[in-house]
Write a protein that binds this ligand. Sequence first.
Ligand SMILES: [Zn+2]
Length: 148
Amino acid sequence: MVYTYRNRETLRDDDFRHFRAKLNDLFEALQTQRLYARQNFSCCGSCASYELSEKLRASQTKRTPKLGFVTYNRQDNQNVPYGYVYLGYSSIGEAEEDRELGRLIVDTATRVGLATEWDGNINSKVRVIAPCKASPIKNPNPTLEVAV
Ligand SMILES: [Zn+2]
């Protein structure tokens, strides 16, 4: 779908609570996949990535090493009231393992009832979208329509 500026409006309270609950479901499900899955984690993308990469590396000497991490940081968290959040991720492996992890995140999000946008590129974050925002909204002001 074409996602545009017109959708930049905050969720209603019940839609916001629903989205938060679904994000919790998603991250709980991801935790069970031998991943570090952290919401609202660290101050920014660089710090989150550094901290989780260190944990991931340290876990490799344990009996059940983690396979990767998935997270959104405190800056990303500011988008949740608008009905979306970008998830960063990385595996312990190479590009193909990163791609598999991206697919796993998309599949798991779909399973818990969240919409996603991801181009399959491991350099792109996975965008997770609140269920109520998943269908196109009619644009009351066509001049704001900017296709991405
Ligand atoms: Zn930081």
